[in-house]
Design a protein. Structure first.
Length: 211
């Protein structure tokens, strides 16, 4: 499979060879866990790795994550908060340079369009050289926070269900109120309209740079 060959080449040349990884299979197991987890913490990953039979420390996992980031393979994203303690308490999210890795190399059989869309939006924001975080509240979350531009971006594949669009808009409204920001966008697959001052735009329009 082309994607698998591409993946193996990146790991072999850009990570294993470059950083002198002694246990490539250990690294691949770590990457597979990341591919199957939208959120992660190194402490939990350490426990999972050990349960799988790998004798590994959190420091080693931290190095692996840094290597993946330095070679532009994976990108950890922190929760947005002025308080360092809160940043450390919340899990990080992870995105990948190529969305095909999520599709073909994760163990999930269902097509996770929502996660693929988020990954696509993140890569575009990275291309635009934006500082990116996410935000968590009580029973709500906003996919992306752009602190330098005071902008909130929510991503949801299908908002045809009234409950879904209400939930996504509610999260944006709560974040707007929390940060006292005005700009908020909801990116969907094919819906385009404006609700309560929030622009709802299809993914293709966002990628064209209209928002």
């Amino acid at each position: 499979m082309l994607v698998r060959d591409y993946f193996n080449t990146i790991i072999a040349l850009d990570v294993v060879e470059r950083y002198g990884i002694r246990n490539p299979e250990e690294l691949r197991a770590f990457i597979r866990l990341l591919l199957n987890s939208e959120y992660f913490s190194l402490s939990k990953l350490e426990r999972t790795m050990r349960s799988l039979g790998y004798s590994i420390s959190k420091a080693t996992l931290s190095n692996y994550l840094r290597y993946l980031q330095e070679c532009y393979f994976a990108f950890p994203v922190e929760v947005y908060s002025p308080k360092v303690k809160l940043k450390l308490q919340h899990p990080k999210k992870v995105y990948f340079v190529d969305s095909s890795f999520i599709t073909f190399l994760s163990v999930k059989f269902s097509e996770n369009f929502g996660r693929l869309m988020k990954n696509t939006v993140f890569i575009e924001l990275l291309r635009r050289e934006k500082e990116v975080n996410y935000v968590l509240g009580d029973n709500w979350e906003v996919s992306f926070v752009l602190p330098d531009e005071e902008t909130l971006i929510q991503v949801s594949y299908d908002v045809s269900n009234p409950e879904t669009i209400e939930r996504e808009l509610k999260a944006l409204k709560k974040a707007k109120k929390l940060f006292h920001w005005e700009k908020a966008v909801l990116i969907t697959w094919d819906t385009e309209k404006k609700v309560d001052g929030i622009e709802i735009v299809p993914l293709w329009r966002f990628l064209l740079g209209d928002y």
